[in-house]
Write a protein that binds this ligand. Structure first.
Ligand code: FAD
Length: 398
């Protein structure tokens, strides 16, 4: 297998990468700085991702998706994030957290009705797990869904930090929200169930659009309110109490694609600092002549390549329809997110004052990279999971 390319394992992957890269250069890059400045989610550009087949990249073709694998998802996120991590986060929340989640866990009728709209971009989707008082400690969630005698549910609670929770500044909610809520207790443990709440369901609204984020400002983040929100029995995703499995499966692809976003950030930062260090002179030499600058560039390249190999190898071994990769999906998120923040930080340092302003992009990448140490699981949560998993499997894996 001498000619095996870990980053483009098939011609289809190669073609996907070049298609996304062209789209990024032509359409995403020109608006990135402005959307960050204005804290604006570019909805019309987002819908164009549907025309490219990216919004349902891992959804099976009969439902309007592209039916591609986790490596393809990694490629798309890496390429988009190279230019605009904020926009890419909105893409991830829709394509991975909502559409892929529904595709893997939903029943036939729900999938047939909702997935084509999510895949085309007619609908914008989000996923609501976190709450104002509960993030990492997810089983402590307070949102409840009470089953009525006719099988419908009444949902009450609030969800916090929801990417795509609103699609604009007028607090218009996402068309579809994949929501986790408590439906009771079993053997002393909370029973959590998954629902697909639609914009038309009464009692579903946006509490606030969260402004002044450090980074990821090209994606909207919102608090969602569910006040006696009535949903039909058909809104239940899978069966009551299935959410832990849904979460486990979906968090794995979420973490790998968040790690892929880190790769895009690091690659861009590395390119910017490398070019600048050759063009800018000090004391009669290009900056690249100086050992301290070489350390920034050399360390960044090596760390980027190590993270990249880990992310691609993990995504290559994953299956979307089953959990089982928690150890390495947590692992890649730690390695790639911390690497991206370090590389973006070094890029600012290499550019000096120019690195500190928007035009040279790296300060935005640095701000955006911080979220990847928090969203989709904090670094501490990943460390906890890895330690627990290694405790379970013992020495076998090491
Ligand atoms: C921009 C943005 C977008 C987001 N998008 C979404 C979204 O689309 N959907 C969604 O559901 N959520 C979303 N989130 C929420 C995100 O997943 C949570 O912020 C994250 O899980 C952490 O939860 P928390 O903020 O409540 O922090 P907490 O869980 O309160 O943690 C606070 C600190 O305590 C640490 N901590 C907690 N428990 C432990 C422990 N047992 N051991 C050691 N340390 C611990 C944490 O690691 C962290 O450092 C988003 C967040 C942001 C900022």
């Amino acid at each position: 297998m001498n000619n095996f390319d870990l980053f483009n394992p098939s011609d289809e992957h190669k073609l996907l990468r070049s298609t996304v890269r062209e789209f990024v250069a032509a359409e995403i890059e020109p608006q990135a700085l402005e959307c960050d400045r204005r804290e604006m989610f570019n909805l019309s550009l987002f819908r164009k991702l549907g025309e490219l087949g990216l919004l349902g990249i891992t959804v099976a073709e009969p439902y309007g998706g592209a039916g591609l694998d986790p490596v393809a998802a990694v490629i798309a996120h890496e390429e988009i994030s190279w230019s605009d991590p904020g926009f890419c986060l909105a893409y991830l929340a829709h394509a991975m957290l909502c559409a892929n989640n529904l595709a893997q866990n939903g029943g036939e009728a729900l999938k047939q009705r909702c997935l084509p709209k999510l895949c085309s971009g007619e609908w914008v989707g989000c996923m609501a797990m976190s709450e104002p008082h509960v993030g990492t400690d997810v089983l402590g969630m307070k949102t409840t869904a009470l089953r009525k005698p006719d099988g419908s549910y009444v949902i009450n609670g609030r969800k916090m930090w929801i990417t795509n929770g609103t699609v604009d500044d007028d607090r218009t909610p996402a068309d579809g929200c994949l929501l986790y809520a408590k439906t009771g207790e079993k053997d002393g443990r909370p029973q959590i169930s998954t629902f697909f709440v639609e914009k038309t369901h009464p009692g579903y609204s946006v509490g606030q659009k969260i402004k002044d984020k450090t980074g990821m400002r090209a994606s909207n983040t919102a608090e969602l309110v569910f006040a006696d929100c009535h949903v039909p029995a058909t809104a239940l995703v899978g069966n009551e109490g299935d959410s832990l499995l849904h979460m486990m499966k979906n968090l794995e692809i979420e973490r790998v694609t968040l790690a892929a976003m880190s790769l895009g950030i690091a690659k861009r930062a590395l390119q910017v600092m490398n070019k600048y260090a050759r063009e800018r002179e000090a004391f009669g030499h290009p900056l690249a002549h100086f050992g301290q600058i070489q350390k920034y560039i050399g360390d960044s390249y090596a760390e980027y390549m190590a993270a990249r190999a880990y992310v691609y190898n993990t995504s290559r071994c994953m299956r979307l329809d089953q959990a089982g990769n928690r150890l390495d999906t947590d692992g890649v998120k730690i390695v790639a997110s911390t690497m991206a923040k370090r590389v973006a930080d070094r890029a600012i340092q290499v550019l000096g004052g120019y690195g500190y302003v928007g035009e040279y992009v790296v300060e935005r990448l640095w701000r955006d990279s911080k979220l990847l140490e928090i969203g989709g699981g904090t670094l501490e949560a990943h460390e906890k999971n890895i330690t627990n998993d290694l405790g379970r499997v013992g020495e076998a894996l090491l």
